[in-house]
Design a protein around this ligand. Sequence first.
Ligand code: ZN
Ligand code: ZN
Length: 217
Amino acid sequence: MENKKIADTFLNNRCQICALLQKDEFDIFCKWVGVSDEKFGLTKERARLLKSRGFCNYHFWQLTQINSNDGIAVICDGLIEKIANILRKEKVSRLLPALVKYRHGRHCPICDDLKKAEITYIKKFIALLDSNKSQYEKKYGLCIPHLIQIAAYAKDSSLIRFLLDTEIKQLERLKTNAANFVYKKKKMLRGELTHDEKTSWFFAVEKLAGRQGTADE
Ligand SMILES: [Zn+2]
Ligand SMILES: [Zn+2]
């Protein structure tokens, strides 16, 4: 089932790893929405969140887009109490170092879960690429951040060579589609725009930066 899920990503234009992580991220958000209602008490997920000292900036704000306001307030309540408790125990001269230390020890549970999934997907992608090469060539392929990560994991130099050779062709195709999009819009030729041209801006951003939330390494 997992292999089928990964093989299916070769059928579309998105970076395979980004597409899989985006789906996982949405599922994880839904899980957090489910456990942040006060009526469930201190769930094991919320206990984990307190231990990990909160979400990263990106995931905290993303979660506000999907969660109810009171669900967010419940999550924040425990985190605020935790910081206040740490500060209450410190002398005035130690307040700032205590706050900095607390903050530095933070590791977002959503980032942690996605990082684990990312490594699994990278390994599976490498294992499945050989049987999906012709399909991979037809699409835009991996984003640049994942191409670099996969090259670091892949032991087979011919696989890396294939990915880099293909990357040049994929970038050229994407650039042509983006240039045609701009040209046809400027010349009022909207009716002649192809689907690939109209969507090129999205795939160009993903190609360059990875999906939203991809860390700059
Ligand atoms: Zn990617
Ligand atoms: Zn995060």
